[in-house]
Design a protein around this ligand. Structure first.
Ligand SMILES: [Zn+2]
Length: 227
């Protein structure tokens, strides 16, 4: 009986290992260039990042909220949005925010070859720099978090690969109250939070930031860039 239990325990261990193998893609990615998931400083710091813009509707509202609260953020721009929103990119940069390359067409990097990824990242950067010549674009972020071969390619082009610790699902339009609740529940020291300023109705995102930023500042949170 004791032996049977030992065998059962071994079986359970094997099963657990097999289940753990689900994490393999992340482990494989970790073997390549680092995916950044923390702020520059340690302590009660958090970084806000906004993807898929710029949007002529929501990005100006978001920039107003950030400016009122003296918060600098990262904007992960999509080339298809960048090429017709030149003044907004100028404004993002002139107000002290940091740019991130989020691909030309919001493509799934897992479907592209390294050469295609390289061409896409370069085309996106060229598009952004037509708006702001010489713009610094220190980060790359793969759409959907589907990194594929992109971390090595982006690193080779001089980018830091920007991941996140919390993506509260603002695209689900859960309501401003719920969005605020999700961020408050998920916020962690040195965390990187991903929201969206384009790609749909982002009024809840803007409203959530408008409510949250003063609260977080009052609670001693400081706003930082990703490492
Ligand atoms: Zn995106």
């Amino acid at each position: 009986m004791r032996k049977a239990l030992a065998m059962l325990a071994a079986l359970v261990t094997v099963t657990a290992t097999a289940t753990g193998a689900v994490a393999a893609p992340a482990a494989a990615a970790a073997a390549g260039p680092e995916l950044i998931t923390k702020t520059r400083n340690t302590g009660k710091y958090v970084a806000f990042t906004f993807d898929d813009g710029p949007s002529p509707t929501y990005t100006p509202q978001l920039l107003d909220v950030l400016r009122r609260n003296n918060v600098k953020a990262v904007f992960c721009l999509v080339g298809d949005m960048a090429d017709w929103n030149v003044p907004l990119i100028k404004r993002i940069v002139s107000e002290g925010h940091t740019l991130c390359n989020h691909s030309m067409h919001h493509s799934d990097m897992e479907t592209l070859t390294p050469d295609q990824i390289r061409a896409d990242i370069k085309q996106t950067a060229d598009t952004i720099r037509r708006a702001v010549p010489g713009a610094q674009i220190p980060y790359f972020r793969a759409p959907y978090g589907h990194w594929g071969a992109s971390p090595a390619v982006a690193a080779g082009l001089g980018y830091k690969n920007l991941s996140w610790t919390l993506m509260p699902g603002d695209w689900e339009l859960p309501g401003t109250d719920e969005l605020v609740r999700r961020i408050r529940e998920g916020i962690t020291e040195t965390g990187v939070i991903t929201l969206h300023d384009a790609g749909g109705d982002r009024s809840q995102t803007v409203a959530a930031m408008d409510r949250l930023l003063p609260q977080l500042a009052a609670e001693g949170w400081k706003f930082d860039l990703p490492a």
